[in-house]
Design a protein around this ligand. Structure first.
Ligand SMILES: [Zn+2]
Ligand SMILES: [Zn+2]
Length: 273
C-alpha cells in the first residue's frame, strides 16, 4: 500500500469508529447523536470506496489521471468510485445498496443545510442495513478486515450493527422496554394483563401485548404468539390463570375452550385416585 491508500484507510476507520460511538450514544437515549452517526458513516463509506479504487492504481483517486499534469486537489467522488466499480462488473454495488447510499447522501445534505428532521427508527434501520451491505462488499471484494482495525471499545456496537439478528434483537428490546414504560401495571385492576412477558420461543423479554394476536401477545423478535406464561382465564368459571396451567378442550363444533384444574374435571379425577 502506498501512503495515500494508507491515509484513506486510516481516515475511513477513524470515521467508522466515530460513527459507531455516536450510534451507541443515540441508542443510549441521545437521539441527536444519530445526526453525527450519519455524517461519520457517510464519510466512512466515501473513504473506504475511494480506498478500494486507489488500491487498483494510486492515480485513479484523481479526477483526471490522464491529463498532462494531474491536479492532486481534484479527487473522485463516491459516485465516481461506484461507477468505476460497476463498470468493471455490473451490479457489484447492488441497486439496493446504491439506493441506501443515495439516502445517506440526501440525509447528509439535509443535515449540513440544517433541514434534517430526525426519524430515529428509519435512521437506525437504514444505517444498519447500509452498513451490513458495505461490510458484505468489503468482505467479497477487498482484503480489508474491519473488525481487526476498529478500536476495542466500539466492538460491541460493531457486532450489533453488522449482524442482522443482533440488530433486530436490540431494536426489539428497546421497543419492548418503551412499550412497558408506556403501559405501567394498573394496581387498581387485579385482572390487568402485564405489558410484557418472556418469550418462551426465543428466550427474550420481548413478548408484548398485541391486539392483533389471538393470545393477546406477540414477540417483537420472533413473532411467536404462544407461551405457557401468557395470562388466560378459565372459560367456564373465569378464574385467572396462565395458558400453561389450563387444559385445552376441543368442543363438538371444533372450537377450543380453556378449562382450569377444577372445571376440567382433573381435580375430581385426582381426588378419586
Ligand atoms: Zn420470541
Ligand atoms: Zn374453571
Amino acid at each position: 500500500m502506498n501512503t495515500h491508500e494508507l491515509d484513506l484507510l486510516e481516515n475511513a476507520i477513524d470515521s467508522l469508529a466515530e460513527a459507531l460511538a455516536k450510534f451507541e450514544e443515540g441508542d443510549g437515549g441521545e437521539p441527536k447523536a444519530f445526526k453525527f452517526a450519519v455524517l461519520h458513516m457517510a464519510h466512512f463509506v466515501e473513504l473506504v470506496f475511494k480506498h478500494h479504487i486507489a488500491s487498483k492504481h494510486p492515480l485513479l483517486i484523481y479526477k483526471e489521471p490522464f491529463s498532462a499534469k494531474v491536479d492532486r486537489n481534484k479527487t473522485i467522488t463516491l459516485w465516481d468510485a461506484i461507477n468505476f466499480i460497476n463498470n468493471e462488473a455490473a451490479d457489484t454495488v447492488s441497486p439496493a445498496l446504491k439506493k441506501d447510499l443515495e439516502w445517506l447522501k440526501r440525509l447528509r445534505n439535509e443535515i449540513e443545510h440544517h433541514k434534517f428532521k430526525m426519524e430515529v427508527p428509519e435512521v437506525r434501520t437504514t444505517i444498519g442495513r447500509l452498513f451490513r451491505s458495505v461490510i458484505e462488499f468489503l468482505e467479497k471484494y477487498t482484503d480489508i478486515e474491519l473488525e481487526s482495525l476498529i478500536p476495542e471499545q466500539t466492538m460491541e456496537t460493531f457486532q450489533v450493527l453488522s449482524n442482522e439478528y443482533e440488530f433486530k434483537l436490540r431494536t426489539a428490546l428497546k421497543e419492548a422496554e418503551e412499550f412497558e414504560a408506556a403501559n405501567p401495571p394498573d394496581h387498581h385492576d387485579p385482572d390487568a394483563l402485564p405489558a410484557r412477558l418472556d418469550c418462551e420461543n426465543c428466550g427474550n423479554p420481548t413478548l408484548v401485548k398485541n391486539e392483533n394476536s389471538s393470545t393477546g401477545y406477540r414477540c417483537l423478535v420472533c413473532d411467536n404468539e404462544e407461551g405457557e406464561n401468557i395470562p388466560a382465564n378459565c372459560d367456564i368459571c373465569g378464574v385467572s390463570s396462565t395458558q400453561g396451567e389450563l387444559d385445552v378442550w376441543e368442543l363438538d363444533d371444533g372450537r377450543y375452550e380453556y378449562r382450569c384444574y377444577y372445571c376440567s374435571g382433573r381435580y375430581h379425577a385426582d381426588k378419586d385416585d
